[in-house]
Write a protein that binds this ligand. Structure first.
Ligand SMILES: [Zn+2]
Length: 157
């Protein structure tokens, strides 16, 4: 049996991202379909089709991840969608996985402060100490580091 090569369709990938993003919008609080669409557009700088949003909301509702209330504003009736507890749990799980991925992606560009041990992504402070270029998160850590070194030297005298 010949194996079919896995070629993920770019549209599928993007729509998965869109779904993920719809969840993050709902995670912030209850929203109606139109507000999800406009917030998506504002933040992602890309149009999202109502034909993706509404069926997705319906699928989520069928799975018990989303519930809705009908709100009347004048003549119009609007469905306000809200994550259920199970929906919120799904989101925190997704965010955790996403955060882990981002951490993996930025890890190689991190360095560790020689004084406090915190990981620094951007900026930071470097100083040559005893002929060795040493990296710190900030100038205060560098000062403390030198202070500690000095005290350690005095103790061993
Ligand atoms: Zn530090």
């Amino acid at each position: 049996m010949a194996e079919k090569p896995v070629t993920p369709n770019i549209d599928d990938l993007i729509s998965d991202f869109s779904r993920f993003y719809i969840l993050t919008i709902l995670y912030e609080g209850p929203a109606h379909g139109y507000s999800i669409i406009s917030r998506f557009k504002k933040r992602v700088k890309k149009e999202i089709s109502p034909s993706l949003v509404y069926p997705f909301l319906q699928q989520l509702e069928e799975k018990g991840l989303v519930k809705h209330k009908v709100k009347r504003t004048g003549e119009k009736e609007r469905k306000i969608f809200e994550l259920t507890l199970a929906g919120r749990e799904l989101c925190t799980g997704l965010f955790k996985r996403f955060a882990d991925l981002v951490a993996i992606a930025i890890e190689p560009s991190l360095y560790v402060c020689a004084h406090c041990g915190c990981k620094v992504y951007e900026g930071g402070y470097r100083e040559e100490i005893d002929g060795i270029e040493t990296a710190f998160c900030c100038v205060h850590c560098a000062i403390s580091y030198k202070e500690c070194k000095k005290q350690a030297k005095q103790l061993t005298k």
